[in-house]
Design a protein around this ligand. Sequence first.
Ligand SMILES: [Zn+2]
Length: 279
Amino acid sequence: MVGQSSISRIEIINFRLPASIATVPERRTKAFVADDYRRKEREMDSERRRFLTRSIVGAMAVGAGGAVRTAFAMPKTERDALSPTQIIELMKRGNERFRMGVRVNRDFLREQQDRAKSQFPAAVILSCIDSRAPAELVMDLGIGDVFNTRMAGNVANSDVVGGLEFACSVAGAKVILVLGHTACGAVAGAIDGVKLGSLTGLLARIEPAVKATRHEGPRTSKDAAFVDAVARTNVEMTMRAVRSESQVLRDLEAKGALVIAGAMYDLGNAAVTFLPPHQ
Ligand SMILES: [Zn+2]
């Protein structure tokens, strides 16, 4: 429902925080249920192995003891064999790894060299420019795995839609992910009616989401829940704007060759929470 903060939808993951991030504040550690770390670790190792056989980054391998070693570029055939749903699942798994501190141990120079002459990204992300919300990092993706369009407030104009059309219709990406985030400054600016140079026109694209968001409390940027609710509405409206502006993307979606998805990234707990399908 419009107006409900994504924060309340955070997945509770059943594992103990790794030592590398064990210094986070107590209130955050309580979000993680920590009763069976060893079992979860085994599950993650098994999941890692499944992930690596059908991975966005292709021919990664698991060495002795389950340690992940370097990747190679995914061939076109492997990317083409993935369904949009599988690609979304891989992004969710990547975010789980990021949150657990068990990211793939990448050799970025090797990835750069492998992918220098061709690219077969599986998805295109439309995300905000916020320095704390780098989509590839928080979903543990490598070089060449996804396109990423970054616009303040993850809004779409015709140029952005043109890029999405290139990514999907020309380069073969099968998922468009509109990724908003909590505590978004652009959303707060739209709520406050900020006027500043060319930013004024950009924020005007978020204003319909401000108006469309139902909220019980104060409708100001000082109310964090309202800011997050508007950000979620803005993701939904951006998804609809992308569809309405592009016959090319509508056709791909109708054929089942493309899924347009939305998600919210929580700056507080690092969770990417996908919105229900068919927004
Ligand atoms: Zn933002």
